[in-house]
Ligand binder design. Sequence first.
Ligand code: MLT
Length: 273
Amino acid sequence: MQAIVNSIRMHWRDEGEGEPIVFIHGFPFNSRMWDPQFSALPAGWRAIAPDLRGFGASAAGPAGPYTMDQFADDIAGLIDHLGIRNAVICGLSMGGYVAFALHRRHREKVRALVLCNTRPGADTEEARRGRLVQAARVREEGVAPVVESMLPRLMSDLSVKKHPDLVGRVRGIMESTPPETMARSLEGMAQRPSSEDQLRDIAVSTLIVHGDDDAIVPRGEAQMMARNLRGARMEMLEDCGHLSNLEYPGEFNRHLNDFLENLPAGYGKLKLA
Ligand code: MLT
């Protein structure tokens, strides 16, 4: 599906009928990363997965960093476009940074949160500098520097051994992302504020899913987030790296679907006129 949202042509996947859940992809992926969830949502749920601006089949926006606030405003615009009042928001890694921004800016649209392999903290000064160096390299050399530095750290050794095809699939999605989109997202992530203080303001039901072998967001950061989020449920997947939904789709879906089925009564369907 596609439509003009916030003045850009936005593409999203939209399957099933019922209570909406919006899946927000990580960096540098697109909506295809949610294949295993689209094929296994429980009855009564509608899965919506946008390509963030510049990614997948969505158009690029005007020049400048892709901030998490901008991505969040695009998700809010899509939710409005669909005539939905609110949705469960499921974000992985950068998608989680966007979920925090959405909660900060449009909290009425967030019915519940699923935070996967993500963190509330801002970048350290060193990480910020590293992102800007990487953005400059990607502009000069294309996507290879990002793909080659991230790919070996994305999945656990066991996942790679168990699913040798997964590395190729993940590489394919990463390589399809335009270099300029990578550079602008790196600049946007470098600018993002900390969401740590926001944790105590989050009152919606929250599920945290993480991998105990995540080399990009160390598990301690997710454990800290769980401790500071009232009533959050935490699922730490064993021998799992940074891409929990792809590495352990069965376990991931079991936790997600159980969380969805036990949410307080839904009110996300259609806005009342
Ligand atoms: C992601 O998977 O979205 C990124 O690794 C997030 C990040 O670089 O902080």
